[in-house]
Design a protein. Structure first.
Length: 404
């Protein structure tokens, strides 16, 4: 359904208001929706809610939709990662009217008389179009998962549990029904659903698959989230209470932050903290496919104790015809250790390892992403060749201008 020019003009006129009040609107939206539909708390990450990350991510998306309402195809790159997460979480078409109702009510509540009937009606029409885009895309994703023999969630049995560092533990998973697991693309994740004792609602979290596809098991490598309040409810539960022989529920692999195996240009896998998990899958996939690409693996960690897969990553890189492996620590315990840099990744360090033609995959915490992505831009790497993934709701990255 195409929007009328009048509706488009009204939506665009609300951009300044959304820039000023967007996060307030989305905060009211989530509060009211959860009050009226507590069952939806089963779907959302409560930690991201309490830290305001989910509210900011939604405000960014609403603002982007308003700015591009006359060319919604331009926001499809932002829609796809969200659609993948929706499919992984089990968001269905019947949820969209609930969201629309509470979003419009939040706009009215925050803006008061400024939210005229004309504005509310225009946004109702626009929301219907945007929601249908998501519904159509997600319908295809659900169909693909079902064709792979997977419904919404299925039980996976933990067949091994391995401590990789002081904070990261790997869980090896097989289908409890004994059926083969569908393959996936390097970089994708599964959505794990658990019921933590004492909690009224189930909790779902996305965890990257940390080994190459094509095996008889899945591997997720989970960081114990204890640095911020509230601490990671699911990660701590997995670390402390889920052991070999136990079962967890998961939805089929999803995500569009994936290694493109058709490309031949040099590739850099750049990660911070637990952001190395999809990179391990990509690196192992390149090795198993005997890639002759120039492959550079770069990882940054706080210190040796929290660095997972340090030996495995460099061993893998060493198996490639043109592979190299670098890692560094912000606060190394061993000042004279074998790490390649101390402190944070710098532009000078990157300039020595990549070229403008290098395809760069970047994953890690938000500050790490912002820093690395902007350094890559300054080094002349094109937007097309900078591919990154947030762990958590996708927040906007303000990129600096490329160096002339």
């Amino acid at each position: 359904m195409a929007l009328s020019q009048k509706t488009i003009d009204i939506i665009k006129s609300t951009v300044p208001v959304l820039e000023e009040h967007g996060v307030t609107i989305t905060s009211v939206f989530y509060k009211n929706m959860f009050n009226n539909h507590p069952e939806l708390l089963n779907i959302f990450n409560h930690a991201n809610q309490s830290r305001g990350r989910q509210q900011t991510a939604l405000a960014n998306m609403v603002l982007a939709a308003a700015k591009n309402i006359d060319q919604l195809e331009s926001v499809l790159p932002a829609v796809m990662p969200v659609a993948h997460k929706h499919r992984g979480l089990g968001v269905k078409p019947e949820h969209y009217p609930i969201v629309g109702k509470h979003l419009l009510e939040a706009i009215k509540e925050v803006l008061g008389d400024a939210a005229t009937d004309e504005i509310i009606n225009a946004w109702a029409e626009a929301y219907g179009v945007i929601a249908q885009v998501f519904i159509d895309i997600e319908a295809n994703m659900y169909k693909e998962a079902e064709e792979g023999g997977w419904g919404d969630f299925k039980e996976l049995e933990v067949v091994d549990k391995v401590k990789e560092s002081d904070v990261i533990t790997s869980f090896y998973l097989k289908a409890k029904d004994g059926k083969p697991l569908p393959t996936y693309k390097a970089g994708q994740y599964i959505s794990v659903r658990v019921r933590v004792p004492g909690e009224q609602f189930t909790s779902i979290r996305h965890y990257s698959l940390s080994c190459a596809p094509g095996k008889e098991f899945y591997r997720i490598s989970v960081k114990r989230e204890a640095d911020f309040e509230p601490v990671g409810k699911v990660s701590n539960y997995l670390h402390d209470h889920v052991n070999v022989g136990d079962a967890i529920e998961a939805s089929a692999p999803a995500g569009d932050f994936v290694l493109n195996m058709e490309e031949t240009a040099p590739v850099a896998l750049i990660s911070g903290g637990v952001g190395l998990t999809p990179m391990m899958s990509m690196l192992e996939t390149l090795v198993e496919n005997n890639s002759d690409r120039e492959v550079t693996y770069i990882h940054s960690a706080r210190h040796e104790g929290v660095h997972a897969f340090s030996e495995e990553a460099c061993e893998l890189a060493g198996k490639l015809k043109h592979g190299s492996c670098y890692y560094g620590y912000q606060s190394p315990a061993n000042k004279d250790g074998g790490h390649h840099f101390t402190g944070y990744i710098t532009k000078e360090f990157l300039a020595d390892k990549i070229t403008k033609d290098t395809i760069c995959y970047v994953c890690g915490p938000e500050p790490f992403l912002k820093s690395v992505v902007n350094m890559l831009v300054q080094l002349g790497v094109s937007d097309e060749n900078i591919r990154y993934e947030f762990f958590g709701p996708a927040l906007a990255l303000e990129k600096v201008e490329a160096a002339v």
